[in-house]
Write a protein that binds this ligand. Structure first.
Ligand code: BGC
Ligand code: ZN
Length: 389
């Protein structure tokens, strides 16, 4: 079968590789799930991997199959899998366990190992291929009605983890009633962060570079969030007008904004950092002022990477809520589909040059739309009812 791979360490090496089709028996304990890939999203991490700034091949290979934002349909399950069945739509998590206690309790996103395993990123093949197999523990079922937007689940989990951790951390306050939130950056992650914060009932201000109106500012308006262009209003000014911010989610990919965010954070507030910044940029900051306000204001800043199963499940719930409250909104993020693995050149080109893209993704195979949700549900119910007991 075909797969999209790079030779880690060699810039611009994206190519079509040939892999043997996996089988459920590759996974021990009868827990294998064979998934036929339907869609895979790509993002800045894939760009960096192709630029050889990031990523490593699995042991025994000189190439790495990329793609960590997967979505597919179950083709077969091992004998010990009871929670999934052929035909189910699914998304697989990205990180796989290392050696620490965090890895052992299902929270490999919190590993303290220096080496980590991420499908499509580091030391494990990804999902830009025709089929993959994995342990059912890492595979999350997608309700039928969310199949057209589920390729957004992995990026959404980054947001879910950050926000869940923020609420967890704020239990330190005994009572925390966040009212105003800011999101730094109006890219895919920024938009998804604004969505989740709006679903939690917060007043949301999103800071972005471009002048409104444009696609992303319009999308934010549909959520009842406020878009502020830093070309006309500084973050400091925005904090005076629309703050104080009880929570800030940083997702610009530009590290100096972290220090502006620290200064825009309100008393008792929490600042979540999610940008992966591979460079070595430096900047000068008013350190006394920032430190003083953090101390006197009991503020918290926390980094957040990846996501474990719990956040994928929460992401599914929020997608369903989003469809109920802002019907059709998520679908609008799927701006740039590219059909077929063999069109990887176009996929890469779109990822690097479509400046107005929100989500670029590869349509590896079409979603089977023969049934509406209800019909498929009814058919399944009938097949369960008639199954031998
Ligand atoms: C992925 C995360 C991953 C991070 C660092 C991001 O692009 O979405 O799952 O943990 O890169 O590798
Ligand atoms: Zn990613």
């Amino acid at each position: 079968m075909k797969a999209l791979a790079v030779f880690p360490g060699k810039p611009n090496s994206l190519h079509l590789a040939e892999l043997a089709k996996p089988s459920v028996s590759d996974i021990p304990g009868g827990r294998g799930v064979l998934v036929r890939v339907l869609r895979v999203g790509v993002d800045g991490t894939d760009k960096e991997i192709n630029a050889a700034e990031y990523g490593a091949a699995p042991a025994g290979y000189d190439f790495l199959v990329i793609g960590h934002e997967g979505f597919g349909q179950v083709e077969a399950v091992g004998p010990a899998v009871t929670e999934l069945q052929p035909g189910d739509f699914v998304v697989a998590t990205v990180r796989r366990p290392g050696t620490t206690v965090y890895d052992q309790i299902g929270t490999s996103d919190m590993t303290t190992d220096d080496v980590y395993f991420e499908r499509g990123i580091n030391l494990r093949h990804g999902y830009l291929t025709e089929y993959y197999v994995d342990d059912a523990d890492f595979i999350v079922k997608i309700p039928l009605g969310l199949r057209h937007v589920a390729v957004l689940l992995e990026p959404l989990t980054v947001v879910e983890k950050g926000i869940a951790q923020a609420y967890e951390i704020q239990r330190r306050l005994r009572v925390w009633r966040p009212k105003r939130a800011a999101v730094m950056g109006a890219g895919t992650i920024g938009l998804l962060a604004a969505l989740v914060l709006r679903l939690r009932g917060l007043d949301v201000t999103v800071f972005g570079q471009r002048l409104a109106p444009y696609r992303n500012s319009n999308l934010l308006e549909q959520l009842g969030a406020r878009y502020v262009s830093t070309r006309s209003t500084s973050i400091a000014q925005g904090a005076i007008e629309f703050g104080p911010f009880d929570m800030i989610f940083e997702a610009t990919g530009f590290s100096p904004i972290v220090f502006d965010s620290m200064q825009a954070l309100g008393k008792n507030g929490v600042l979540m950092l999610s940008s992966v910044t591979g460079g070595d940029r430096r900047c000068e900051v008013p350190s006394d002022k920032i430190n003083l306000a953090f101390v006197l204001g009991n503020k918290v800043m926390v980094g957040t990477v990846n996501a474990n199963r719990e956040y994928f499940e929460r992401g599914v719930e929020d997608m369903a809520l989003a469809e109920a409250e802002f019907a059709g909104w998520l679908q609008q993020l799927l701006t740039h589909p590219v059909r077929g693995l063999e069109n990887y050149g176009q996929l890469l080109e779109t990822l690097t040059s479509a400046k107005d893209a929100i989500k670029v993704y590869c349509e590896v195979a079409p979603i089977d739309d023969r049934y509406s949700g209800q019909e498929a549900g009814a058919e399944r119910a009938a097949s369960v009812a008639s199954a031998p007991r």
